[in-house]
Design a protein around this ligand. Structure first.
Ligand SMILES: [Zn+2]
Length: 149
């Protein structure tokens, strides 16, 4: 299987339809398709996938981290550095869960992974992100607790 780079996938020729897709399509693929296909392993798989994506996108600073998250329309991030190795990221308008009904479970694993992957490139350390809030558990934003080690 061939490996493709960001450059490969950035080349889009869609003169009429442009480079964006309806968010509902993304959510069907992400929340219904992948979950049905992978079941219980969808969470860890999406997290690992997100981490790889974050590592490919890369950011040199927290400012750039925020810009990238916004530019990719993953959400609008707010970053709070608790101490040397702990960061809280609030994500408003999350691509996956913003507006989602209460279900009692959180499933923004890909976003969690992207945040961890990007922060690894900012700090040059390993990062582990854990989702702590979501629309699907009654908040109007998403939140991730990130540990750098
Ligand atoms: Zn979310």
């Amino acid at each position: 299987m061939k490996e493709y780079s960001m450059e490969d996938i950035r080349h889009i020729v869609r003169p009429s339809l442009g480079d964006e897709v309806p968010l509902v399509l993304f959510r069907v693929l992400r929340i219904i398709g992948i979950r049905n296909l992978l079941g219980e392993t969808s969470g860890p798989t999406l997290y690992m996938m997100g981490k790889e994506v974050g590592g490919m996108v890369k950011a040199k600073s927290i400012e750039e981290f925020k810009e990238k998250i916004k530019e990719l329309k993953i959400g609008i991030p707010e970053v709070e550095k608790i101490d040397e190795d702990r960061i809280i990221v609030k994500l408003y308008e999350c691509i996956t869960c913003a507006g989602f009904t209460y279900t009692g479970e959180m499933f923004c694993d890909m976003e969690s992974g992207i945040i961890a992957g990007l922060l690894e490139t900012v700090y040059g350390k390993k990062a582990k992100s854990t989702q702590t809030k979501s629309w699907s558990v009654g908040y109007n934003y998403c939140e991730f607790d990130v540990l750098l080690y």
